[in-house]
Design a protein around this ligand. Structure first.
Ligand SMILES: Cc1ncc(COP(=O)(O)O)c(C=O)c1O
Length: 481
């Protein structure tokens, strides 16, 4: 493809993308295809001679779209949001053109330097303590990871390196293997599965602690677990607190957990994957109380801050623990300016990294903080609107406090009622939701996800829920009679 063809193709694609997104409301949220639908629609092997771009573009609608779940449909309410905005899409085009691999400063200075500054911009927007910001001139700073899962694992590895260094000094007779076998970390029973996975990948024990009646991890629970483990001769070294749990968007009590971690020299990592974006609004920062006690903090602008996947921002007070732990320095990666700016390859698991800071830069400049705040507030007010509709129908109940853009609700009574309700709703394809279960109580989760969602869409969603409930409950009644 030459440049003139690229310009034509790209312009057509931009039209296609804008039309797709602006008319996404008209598409069924969930596809109706069966597994294996795609193979018969395309040839068995790659073309020997080049196809025409016009044919490729035409095939997008024929081959791809029938199998797409439309995450940006205003009635997609599953999981948590994943971000999508025009500025971020355009930034990704530029990133694709520059196509550098910014593993070290010299590998593309702009890639590293924009990332350092963007993490400061964002950190200031959340009012993070200055110890996390590179601009404060201390040891702290931020980095873009691919996902929150990576951030949790990277923090765990940093904590492991810190614990090893400390205990090697205190117990010179113990081998590294013996120290690692005594390490124990903590999280709540409501934290994301990626936390448990980080424990498995990092090869350490991770205890899943019970939560209170509001699904929050409390300081006292952590304190008791740490004391129990110390008495058993174990080494508490790492804890993950979640701000905005996946099941019900509960907020662990950071203000209680932080002092416990500090007292026992346990590395505190804060996972705010979804809810972290809301901290750009000052009225939600009460949930961040205690953040000054944390060692690392992470949230995903790629979830709820209009920066397309992947962009998971992580701040560390002392990245040296990672840099030293992950520092493998072959000659071909060395450069003369080493030490003057971060070489981000030491802050992450892969070597390669894309120029993701461009997406943050474009989004922050082209929306401005005000519009981003308005976007978050709108989602939250839409969630409260749905909450009120649910509360107005006494067949239903709300199962968790609505704080952000997530509403957890169910039909009163046996789980099976809500299970069947969700099956029916998803089968009609107008709306898509996923369930969760806490303490054996099954519930539906309505997450406000799309930037196109308006109150009118929520009226349609509620109509779907109500109509399906009417049918289901009528059938049950007839069956009993
Ligand atoms: C609280 C929480 N942590 C971690 C994750 C994992 O996010 P990622 O896909 O960025 O690894 C999620 C995903 O929804 C989440 O809700």
């Amino acid at each position: 493809m030459d440049a003139p063809q690229f310009k034509e193709f790209a312009k057509e694609m931009v039209d296609y993308v804008a039309n797709y997104l602006e008319n996404i409301r008209d598409r069924r949220v969930l596809p109706t295809v069966e597994p294996g639908y795609l193979r018969p629609l395309i040839p068995d092997s790659a073309p020997q001679k080049a196809d025409k771009w016009e044919d490729v573009l035409a095939d997008v609608e024929k081959v791809i779209m029938p199998g797409v779940t439309h995450w940006h449909s205003p009635r997609f309410h599953a999981y948590f949001p994943t971000a999508n905005s025009y500025p971020a899409i355009v930034a990704d085009i530029l990133s694709g053109a520059i196509a550098c691999i910014g593993f070290s400063w010299i590998a593309s200075p702009a890639c590293t330097e924009l990332e350092v500054v963007m993490l400061d911009w964002l950190g200031k927007m959340l009012d993070l303590p200055k110890e996390f910001l590179a601009c404060s001139g201390g040891t702290g700073g931020g980095v873009i990871q691919g996902t929150a899962s990576e951030a949790t694992l990277v923090a765990l590895l940093g904590a492991k390196a810190r614990a090893l260094a400390k205990f090697r000094k205190e117990f010179p007779d113990l081998s590294d293997f013996e120290i690692v076998s005594k390490l124990v970390g903590y999280t709540s029973a409501q934290s994301h599965s990626s936390v448990e996975r980080a424990g498995l990948l990092g090869g350490i024990k991770l205890r899943s602690l019970p939560v209170d009646e509001d699904y929050k991890l409390r300081g006292e629970t952590l304190e008791n677990a740490i004391k129990e483990d110390l008495e058993a001769g174990l080494i508490p070294f790492y804890a993950v607190a979640t701000l905005g749990t996946t099941s019900s968007c509960a907020f662990d009590r950071l203000d209680e957990i932080g002092p416990v971690c500090n007292e026992h020299k346990v590395w505190l990592h804060v996972d705010a994957a979804y809810a972290g974006s809301a901290f750009i609004c000052p009225e939600f920062r009460y949930l961040l109380k205690g953040i000054e006690r944390a060692d690392s903090f992470n949230f995903n602008p790629h979830k709820w801050m209009l920066v397309n996947f992947d962009c998971s921002t992580m701040w560390l007070k002392d990245p040296a623990w990672l840099v030293d732990a992950f520092n493998v320095d072959p000659l071909y990666l060395k450069h003369d300016q080493q030490g003057a700016a971060p070489d981000y390859r030491h802050w992450q698991i892969p070597l390669g990294r894309r120029f993701r800071a461009l997406k943050i830069w474009f989004v922050l400049r082209l929306y401005g903080i005000e519009n981003l705040q308005a976007f978050i507030r709108k989602h939250i007010s839409i969630a409260h609107y749905f909450e009120e509709l649910v509360r107005g129908d006494d067949r239903f109940e709300i199962t968790a406090e609505v704080i952000m853009g997530l509403v957890c609700f169910r039909l009163k009574g046996e789980n099976v009622l809500s299970e069947q309700l969700l099956k029916r709703i998803n089968a009609r394809g107008v709306v898509h939701m996923v369930p969760s279960k806490i303490n054996d109580i099954y519930f539906l989760r309505l997450a406000v996800c799309s930037r196109f969602t308006e109150q009118g869409d929520i009226d349609i969603t509620w109509k779907e829920v109500r109509e399906n409930a009417d049918l289901l409950l009528a059938e049950k009644k007839n069956h009993i009679n």
